[in-house]
Each structure stands twice: as C-alpha cells, then as structure tokens.
Design a protein around this ligand. Sequence first.
Ligand SMILES: Cc1cc2nc3c(=O)[nH]c(=O)nc-3n(C[C@H](O)[C@H](O)[C@H](O)COP(=O)(O)OP(=O)(O)OC[C@H]3O[C@@H](n4cnc5c(N)ncnc54)[C@H](O)[C@@H]3O)c2cc1C
Length: 416
Amino acid sequence: MAPSTSKIFRVAVIGGGPAGLMAAEVLSQAGVRVDLYDAMPSVGRKFLLAGKGGMNITHSEPIDDFVQRYGARAIQVGQWLAQFDPNAVRAWIHGLGIDTFVGTSGRVFPTDMKAAPLLRAWLHRLREAGVQFHMRHRWLGWRDGQLVFAHSDGEQLADADAVILALGGASWARLGSDGAWVALLEDKSVAIAPLAPSNCGFDVDWSAHFSSLHAGAPLTTVAIEWTGADGKQVRRQGQFVVTSTGVEGSLIYALSAPLRDQIAANGSATIWLDLAPDFSAERVETEVTHPRGARSMSSHLQSRLGIKGVKSGLLRECLSKEAFSDPEQLAAGIKRLPVVLKRARPIDEAISSAGGIRFDALDPESLMLRALPGVFAAGEMIDWEAPTGGYLLTACFASGRAAGRGALAWLKNIKA
Ligand SMILES: Cc1cc2nc3c(=O)[nH]c(=O)nc-3n(C[C@H](O)[C@H](O)[C@H](O)COP(=O)(O)OP(=O)(O)OC[C@H]3O[C@@H](n4cnc5c(N)ncnc54)[C@H](O)[C@@H]3O)c2cc1C
C-alpha cells in the first residue's frame, strides 16, 4: 500500500474491540490520523458483555506464571506482555480514572466490576486524540489497493498508509466478531489455523429424564480428574453447571482447550467427577456402607454425605443400576464418576476462539502480515488462546499496542 502524499499518515484500524482501540490509542498519541471502522453500530460490544458478570481485566499472579497461561504460545504472547504487562494494564486503567482491586483469587477487576465506565472514559480520550469512528462499516477486503466497506449508503472505499486488523474471533457473532475475515485473508495467502471454540462447554448426551430434571443445576463443590494426552493426571476443584445438553462453567472452561483437542483426536473425552471432594475415599466408603435401615439409598446419601439433587441424579445417570445399589461400587463412583464428553459446544457459544492467523504468517515483533506489507493484526484473531481470568483481555490490549507500535515503525521507515 503506497504512503499518501499528506505529511500526516493515515492508518485504518478495522475492529473496535479492546485490541483495535488499543492500537488506535498508540497511533493517535503519536500524531497519526486514525480512522476506526467497525461493522456494528457501536464499538466494544464484547468488551461490554465481558463486564456484565464482573469484568476480570487481568491477573495479579507473578509474570512468569501469567505468561504460562498462554500454553504453546507463551513465548510469542510473552513478547507482547514484555511491553505491556498486567501491572501496565492496571496503570493504564488508573490513568482513565478507574480504580482496580485484586479479588481473593488474584483476579483483577475495576472497582465497580463494570466495563461501561471504563469504555466511556477510553472512547472520550480517543476522540480527544482525534480518532475518527466510522460505525456500521463492514470490511469486505481490498480492491485496487483500497479498503472496501459495506455501508447502508452503499459501498465505501478508503485509503490508508497502513491497516490494523483487529476483527476478533468467531464467538458471540451477534456482537460483531463473526470470523468472516478468515476467507478474506486466506484469499491473500495468509495462513490461518481453523477457528475453534475455547473456554467452551461440552455436550454429554444426557438422558431426556436427567436433562429435564437437572438442566441449569450448579455443582458448587466438585472436583474433576482427567488424564491429559501426555498421560498426566490433572485434578481441579471448582464449579460448573449441568446444561440441557451437557456441561459448562468455570471449571469446565479451565480444561476446555485440552478436552477439545482430545475429542478432536479420539472422538470423545472422559472426565472423572469427585462429588465429595471434602471427604476421603475411605470416609465415603464408611458412610455409604453404614447401615441405612429402611431408608432409600438417596436419603441415606443425603444424610451421611450431603449428596442430593443434581449430584444424586448424576450418580443414577452415570452408574449402572447394579453399581448404584452396590455400596462399594457406589462409594467408588461418588469419588470417581465417569462422564463422557462428546462434542465441544459450537464456537458461537464459546467465551473465546482458538486458532486464527498463524504466528509464522506474522512478523513476531511488529505483527505485520508477511503476505501483506503495511497490514498488521491484533487481538483474538491471532492464533493463541488462554483460560478466563483476565488473560484474554490482557493479551488483546498488549497485542493492540504491539501492532500499533509496529505500524508506527513501518510508517517511519517508509517516510525515511
Ligand atoms: C461472555 C463473555 C465474557 C468474557 N469475559 C471476559 C473477562 O472477564 N476477561 C477477559 O479477559 N476476557 C473476557 N472475555 C473475552 C474478551 O471479551 C475477548 O477476548 C476480547 O473482547 C477480544 O478482543 P478483540 O479486540 O480481539 O475482538 P472483539 O472484542 O471481538 O472485537 C472485534 C471487533 O471487530 C469488529 N468486526 C469484526 N468483523 C468485522 C468486519 N468485517 N468489518 C468491520 N468490523 C468487524 C466487531 O464488530 C468487533 O467490534 C469474555 C468474552 C465473552 C463472550
């Protein structure tokens, strides 16, 4: 893309989520004219949704642990974080006049837990810095070196000296990020790893009876054991919810990446539930085998171990009739109940997306696409994933900064 004749460079940022807004901030602060385009009537819709249940914006754990949350992409994402780490994220939020606090789990939240005041303050600052917002502009690709947008007034064309793409993944498409960019970039020989659900729920194929009785029921004291592809056993305690088709919630999301991959490789993945994580196996066996007189097994389990409702339902659903009525097998089932996960839920329902622009299609420092000089990428549309806990937003912010700085360096070079 050729530089414009004007002394002031123009950069088009396409996508107004946290990654695109951050790139726009870096560029506008450096005196570049920024035009920010988004397909939706307003920017930051997923960011606002993330704030609904309490906006977890970053995490306070030591940076070495933090970086490891990006798994196979820890080195690449670590490079972005070296320039904009969780402390910098917090300082940046404070700079917008919003306080933060560290929750008991080490997660960091804005004091009022909300995204809207933060986004409002941020957009105000971006407008003051001269960023021009072009809403309802759906990017369709390039024609003769120009950017093409669909708009209700008809097709719009735009010139830019550099372009930042920050189009998100493909979850919650109704908020704007629908993954339609994949075909546009593949057409330009940009290598893309297939988009896949991350931080997602799974289908279990519950019986209609179990589903009708227990869909929506939370499991608040439960642990999951699971054997990874490397043969290592993982055990995590937490919470999840039984849905009409399977399971979802924080404990499931935390394991969702390797579970998704195991299902893709083997057709299913088995997790083992410990329905009484506060009791040892011996104690559970003692309680189950304790004489129960005329009481039913269900009321016996409730009075001796507090197992009732959805936990009791799970035992009936996942154990055979014979195992349920045999105290030893039942006690073993309470501590290690197999649940077979059949499919990841569709990407549109997921919290985030895995896959995206492959790292070898990008310059690692500037995030410029090797196949498209002058075009940079940021945020969830790059091939990394992370659990919930503020890791997603932090990497989106940090990559937005990296792409913004990358574009600045590139513009400086073409000027020289
Ligand atoms: C329910 C939910 C809760 C979440 N909670 C948290 C949390 O607490 N903490 C956390 O760290 N993360 C959370 N996340 C994840 C986080 O919101 C995302 O990772 C983040 O918003 C991704 O930022 P992004 O800028 O890459 O993309 P997005 O925020 O998806 O923004 C992409 C933008 O690009 C625009 N766009 C897409 N295609 C086009 C096109 N062709 N033309 C023009 N514009 C286009 C879209 O309209 C959108 O505005 C949550 C996500 C969900 C769904």
